[in-house]
Design a protein around this ligand. Structure first.
Ligand code: NAD
Length: 493
């Protein structure tokens, strides 16, 4: 199946005619489609279309822009099952999770649409008589959006819907590992009534992504992906003086204290570590387990992990889908090998699955390492696969110190019934998100989302905070005194 870019309301191939193939990771004999491998020329066409459309889109009243996004949410609702199945086919997560991914976009559409009737600014008193001070949120201009593959509908929607409601126009470079979902979302936005050029999709890899970052007509880059690529983008944006928001990697800790509901904690670890095959920025990758409960808890955790059903995400009962591609599978193997060599103790998994139903896909057995120390690579680096590191701790303070001994700071979790311990963890964990008695995954669309340290650069998507990314403030002073009033100078003391 040949698929196309979406530029100025038209479906078009890349100028060069180059393409790439996208394969089903559960069965690589199934080619999902052939997509344009775009270059700077294609990006330029899309940016020109977006710049032209911006001239009128910015003047459409925000509640009307919101209505179009609301319709997109309604279409997502109607096509939820179709989208979820396409998602499983191209990136592998189990169907129930794929439905959740679409649902998150529906929730985001509802929230963003309603923000069209708020976009609150501030009015303040003036320090001078007969003068009024106001402030408005203004759109930024053409926004370049670059996204990862692991939440192919949800994560783009976090950026695209608020960007559009705020009055911006968009050029989106989706991941080369989830391009079909991007085209489905573009169809939906087209059908919802967006004028041509307001939203554009340019497929491709790093070449197209970097061309988008460099294009002088793009005023803002919103990126979700790895920390390495995010740093490169931030450097370019710094040089070019562009607004830039980054959502990057994680190495998320989950603490279990002896007083916790251990059955609940066990379920949380399983879902946090192995949901989406551990390929989530918020995946639980470090279990910090209190020594007093370690032996029994680990026994049960290993037994439960071995019960997880690995397979094609479209099949009933599958808990863990495939790994996204061959490169990532090799990366996971590399980390497992490093774990072994550096002295961690492999408890379960640690190998590819290649026989029978796994023969044509990229599958890896859910894996747990014990005796992991903070010096080990598997404690420090994001693996982005179904690999959990376990480190024993002696106290809450010890657990928090180890949790914070990381370059990253996205999500974190603590299981305890002790309210004092919970509040200490909330206060002291260096992370953008802390869950109490819930795993490290489970963000809700109406709350701020993002991380500290190497995970982000100070912005938060989700809820009301995402509008700080996609708007600029305009401050307005209206003087109706009929005379020259000089702020700071003419104030009577
Ligand atoms: P990636 O960094 O390899 O790619 C992300 C996107 O950037 C892709 O669209 C890719 O084509 C593009 N890209 C690559 N090089 C580029 C360059 N030089 N210039 C411009 N664009 C470029 O990430 P991935 O493998 O797709 O996704 C996995 C990563 O994403 C993990 O690190 C994960 O933690 C992170 N992630 C973070 C969040 C979050 O919200 N914090 C959410 C999901 C995923």
């Amino acid at each position: 199946m040949q698929l196309l870019n979406y530029i100025a309301g038209q479906w078009v191939p890349s100028r060069s005619g180059r393409t790439f193939r996208n394969l089903n990771p559960a069965d690589t004999r199934d080619c999902v489609g052939e997509f344009p491998l775009s270059s700077a020329e294609d990006v330029a066409l899309a940016v020109e279309a977006a710049a032209e459309a911006y001239r009128s889109w910015r003047l459409v009243p925000a509640p009307q822009r919101g209505e179009i996004v609301r319709r997109a949410g309604q279409l997502l609702r109607e096509r939820k099952e179709e989208l979820a199945r396409a998602m499983v086919r191209e990136m592998g997560k189990p169907l129930v999770e794929a439905r959740g991914d679409v649902q998150e976009a529906i929730d985001t559409a509802d929230y963003a649409a309603s923000e069209g009737r708020r976009l609150f600014g501030y009015t303040t008193p003036s320090e001078l008589p007969n003068k009024v001070n106001l402030s408005f949120r203004m759109p930024v201009g053409v926004c370049g959006i670059i996204t990862a593959w692991n939440f192919p509908i949800a994560v783009p929607s976090w950026k695209i819907f608020p960007a559009l409601v705020s009055g911006n126009t968009v050029v989106w470079k989706p991941s080369e590992d989830a391009p079909l979902c991007a085209n489905l979302l573009a169809q939906i936005l087209q059908e919802a009534g967006l004028p041509p050029g307001v939203f554009n999709v340019v497929h491709g890899d790093a070449e197209a992504g970097e061309a988008l970052v460099r294009h002088p007509g793009v005023r803002l880059i919103a990126f979700t992906g790895s920390t390495a690529v995010g740093r490169r983008i931030a450097t370019l944006c710094g040089e070019l003086n562009k607004k830039c928001s980054l959502e990057m990697g994680g190495k998320n800790p989950l603490i279990v204290l002896p007083d916790a509901d251990l059955d609940l904690a066990l379920q949380g670890v399983l879902w946090g570590a192995f949901g989406t095959s551990g390929q989530r920025c918020t995946a639980t990758s470090r279990l910090l387990l209190h020594r007093d409960i370690a032996e029994h808890f680990l026994e049960r955790l290993c037994a439960a992990t071995q019960q997880l059903r690995v397979g094609n995400g479209l099949e009933e009962g599958v808990n863990v889908g495939p790994i996204i591609n061959a490169r990532q599978l090799e990366r996971i193997e590399h980390y497992v090998e490093l774990g072994r060599r550096q002295g961690a103790r492999l408890l379960v998994g640690g190998h590819r699955l290649t026989e029978g139903e796994y023969a044509h896909g990229y599958f890896f057995a859910p894996t747990i390492f014990a005796d992991v120390t903070p010096e080990m690579t598997i404690f420090r680096e994001e693996i982005f696969g179904p690999v959990l590191s376990v480190t024993l701790v002696d106290s809450l303070e010890h657990a928090i110190a180890l949790a914070n001994d990381s370059d990253y700071g996205l999500s974190s979790s603590i299981y305890t019934r002790d309210i004092v311990a919970a509040f200490r963890a909330i206060r002291d964990l260096e992370a953008g998100i802390t869950y109490v008695n819930a795993p490290t995954i489970g963000a809700e669309a109406h709350m701020p989302f993002g991380g500290v340290k190497a995970t982000g650069n100070g912005h938060r998507e989700g809820g009301w905070t995402v509008f700080d990314i996609f708007t600029e403030w305009k401050t307005v002073y209206i003087d109706y005194s009929g005379r020259l009033q000089r702020a700071q100078i003419d104030v009577e003391q």
